[in-house]
Structure formats: C-alpha cells, structure tokens
Design a binder for this molecule. Structure first.
Ligand code: PGA
Length: 253
C-alpha cells in the first residue's frame, strides 16, 4: 500500500510567516517525490493562508460533528473543505486527554468528516502497555466505537493511526516502541476492522504509526508489513527532518 506521511503541527508555529515558510519548504521537495502521499496539518487559522502546492494535501487537526448551529468555537467539515482541507485528524490522544473526548464523540466526528467529504485520520492507542496484553482490549474498544454505524463503503477512506500514548512527544519510540510491536498492534487493528467489515475491506485500510517518529527510525517502522505511513509530530516542524522522513518513505516504497 502506498505510504502516507502526515505532519501534525499541533499548536505550532507561532506566526503565519513561519507557517508559510515551513509549508513552502515541504512543497518544494514534494514536487519531486512520487509514490508517497504527503499531508500537513497546521492550526486552523493558517489553513486558508498557506500554499503547499498541489502535491501536499492539507489536514485539519480537529472537526465538530454538526455542520452548523449554536456551537461556539467549533468548526464543521464543510467549512474545512471550503478552505481546502482534504483530511482531518480525529481522536488524537491529546484531545482525548486534555478535552476529554470520548470514543462516542470521536465516532460522531468521524461520521461527520466522512459525510463532509474529508478523509479522517483516526488516532487510537493505549496509554500504558501491560505485559498481559490488556492494552489490546483498549484498542479494540476504540476501533469498534469509532466505526459504529460507519458505512462499509466509507471504511477505506479512513486512515487509522496507531499512536501508543506513552510514545508521543516522549522521544521514546526508538528504544521502547519496537517497530515489531507497532506492527503487531497494526495487525490487531486490521483484524478488529475485519471482525466488523470482513477481511476484504480491512485489507484496504491504511494503518500508520505515530509517536516520536523521526528520520532515524522512520525506515524501520515503514519496513513493517502492516504499516503504511507515519503521523509525525515534533519532527514535522523541522523542514529538514520532515523532508528526510518523506525521502525515507519514498525509498522504502
Ligand atoms: P510526536 O507526535 O511525533 O511529537 O511524538 C506524534 C503525534 O502526536 O501525532
């Protein structure tokens, strides 16, 4: 499956000028990379104001589940489409944690995103890894609730990002989140989706890894059979490093 590299800028950078510079550097390299989908997810205010070229798709970092109404501070799928977003991150652990987003909320957002023509990037992952494998039931529940009432025909439009919470922003992935473990979790995610929609549909779902990925460990994760991309946080704000990760995905593909 074709690799996808997604840069999640989170609450960065601080100015439009920096955002434009970063987008421009990525657009330059993207114009000569084939066979890799490249996506950047800047904060909302920058979305309509940066130009990333035709090879880089834009993602929003969140979306609400209604298209309009009395919902102060929220942003709908059609609004995001209207300013050029093609993807949207849903269920990131930082939102689950700081904003108490539940699996049910994430399910509503996922369905709204699909209805709006956005491709959701659904994040799942355990907070802790126990030696008994209890964390698999956490992932199973996250997947089953997120996909509740999602139409079979829409399933392969979702990118599922396996992001073990303990590996995010920790710099821990290289040492602790072995690519083989991430592959095992990705396989488990695929089996869970197969349990709902059947093996054929599940085979078409792109599953990616996220959590302290960088130019050094990218190749190891991308070489794993079940992993077809990376959701990159910190290193996606450093144009040079992000470009190295994209090049790595190109070499592996
Ligand atoms: P990180 O973030 O690469 O900084 O760990 C990944 C993410 O939260 O998507």
């Amino acid at each position: 499956m074709r690799n996808i590299i997604i840069g999640n800028w989170k609450l960065h950078p601080q100015s439009l000028r920096e955002a434009r510079m970063l987008a421009r550097s990525i657009a330059q390299i993207a114009s000569r990379i084939k066979n890799v989908d490249i996506v950047i997810a800047p904060p909302f205010p920058f979305l309509p104001l940066i130009s990333a070229g035709s090879k880089v798709a834009i993602a929003a970092q969140d979306v609400f589940w209604e298209r309009e109404g009395p919902y102060t501070g929220e942003v709908s799928g059609p609004m995001l489409r209207g300013v050029g977003a093609r993807y949207v991150i849903v269920g990131h652990s930082e939102r689950r944690n700081h904003l108490h987003e539940t699996d049910e909320i994430i399910n509503k957002k996922l369905k709204h995103a699909l209805l709006s023509g956005l491709r959701p990037i659904l994040c799942v992952g355990e907070r802790k890894r126990d030696s008994d494998g209890e964390f698999f039931s956490v992932i199973k529940q996250q997947i089953e609730i997120a996909f509740a009432k999602v139409k079979r025909g829409d399933v392969t439009r979702v990118v599922v990002a396996y992001e073990p919470v303990w590996a995010i922003s920790s710099g821990k992935s290289a040492k602790d989140a072995e690519p083989a473990d991430a592959n095992e979790a990705a396989l488990f995610i695929r089996k869970t989706i197969a349990g709902i929609y059947g093996v054929r549909v599940a085979r078409g779902v792109r599953i990616i890894y996220g959590g302290s990925s960088n130019a050094k460990n990218a190749k190891d994760f991308l070489s794993e059979r079940e992993i077809s991309g990376l959701l990159v946080g910190r290193e996606s704000r450093d144009a040079k490093e992000f470009i190295k990760i994209i090049e790595c995905a190109y070499t592996v593909s």
